[in-house]
Design a protein around this ligand. Structure first.
Ligand SMILES: Nc1ncnc2c1ncn2[C@@H]1O[C@H](COP(=O)(O)OP(=O)(O)OP(=O)(O)O)[C@@H](O)[C@H]1O
Ligand SMILES: [Mg+2]
Length: 281
């Protein structure tokens, strides 16, 4: 049992409840899938080692506008362990999205290094970085960034196709994730025909459908009501605990923070506080 305590407040989210419910979940999605496909192999439930998945070393990102220099991320270092749930918090403009974009290898640091499973992004080609991202990462952008001309299910299928899934697995996987996000009945809706929260859930399903090693989620619950936030964060915790997913997520919601293993606070691009909720061995 973890020691984290977070009191239920007006929004009704209780971090400890999320952790407890997640810990008692008996069947993971992978177990269901294996059973459905008649695979006899037992589900590997042995604890996975918390090796370092991502290393961020003295990373700085500067932007120039006319003659003004903006240091969006300033000398940030972090080791993100496999199978950990990491939250980045901090005021608007503190550098969270800039850092997430660099971990996603969408943007490159002005100085410093980032590596994923020991692969230094700077030493990979553009194609190498694209492939690394497509196969290993699921990304929920701050503005969801759904394809406006594709329905909910087509958005998820598209992500599966760029991750290299064959067509018959795409439809099955997309339905499964829309179902899991509670929006199966909206599958044929276009983004403009969905609420902000529904679009956010499509974006989360799309990011997770190809079973990435890393989920990068920039304010994924900002558009969700407190109950739906609770369900989504509980699912995140289950995926970390049972499927060894690693999550780096930004949020302003203090109720969610107790669910994470490590919380980094950014201020003016710098890490000013690191809190650990449990010992990662
Ligand atoms: N392309 C850019 N050109 C110039 N400045 C930028 C650029 N992108 C970000 N910035 C600046 O860098 C700083 C960090 O921005 P960032 O988007 O990372 O903040 P954030 O912590 O994600 O904020 P929020 O909570 O509002 O999403 C801000 O001051 C922003 O104005
Ligand atoms: Mg942001």
């Amino acid at each position: 049992m973890r020691k984290t305590k977070a009191k239920t407040n007006a929004s009704g989210i209780d971090a400890e409840m999320i952790r407890e419910e997640a810990a008692t979940e008996e069947f993971t999605a992978a177990a269901f899938e294996a059973a459905a496909e008649g695979e006899n192999a037992p589900v590997d439930d042995t604890p996975k080692p918390h090796d370092v998945l991502i290393e961020v070393k003295n990373v700085t990102r500067e932007f120039y506008r006319k003659d003004q220099k903006i240091v969006a991320v300033n000398d940030v270092s972090m080791e993100i362990k496999r199978g950990s749930f990491v939250i980045l918090c901090g005021k608007s403009g503190s550098g969270k999205t800039t850092l997430i974009n660099m971990i996603a290898a969408i943007d490159m640091p002005t100085s410093g290094e980032i590596s994923f499973e020991g692969k230094n992004y700077a030493k990979l080609s553009d194609n190498g970085r694209d492939n690394l991202r497509r196969v290993n990462m699921g990304i929920v952008f701050q503005n969801t960034a759904l394809m406006a001309n594709m329905s909910a299910i087509e958005n998820v299928e598209f992500a599966l196709s760029i991750a290299g899934y064959h067509s018959e697995k795409r439809r099955k996987g997309s339905i499964k994730w829309l179902e899991r996000m509670g929006i199966r009945e909206r599958r044929n809706h276009m983004p403009a025909e969905m609420s902000g929260g529904e679009q956010a859930r499509v974006a989360i399903g799309r990011a997770l459908a190809h079973s990435p090693k890393l989920l990068l989620a920039d304010e994924p619950t900002a558009e969700l009501d407190s109950r739906t936030s609770f369900e989504v964060v509980k699912m995140f915790r289950e995926l970390v605990d049972h499927e060894n997913l690693t999550i780096v997520m930004t949020t302003h919601d203090v109720n969610i923070m107790g669910v994470a293993d490590v919380i980094y606070t950014l201020e003016d691009g710098r890490v000013v506080d690191v809190r650990t909720n449990k010992e990662l061995s």
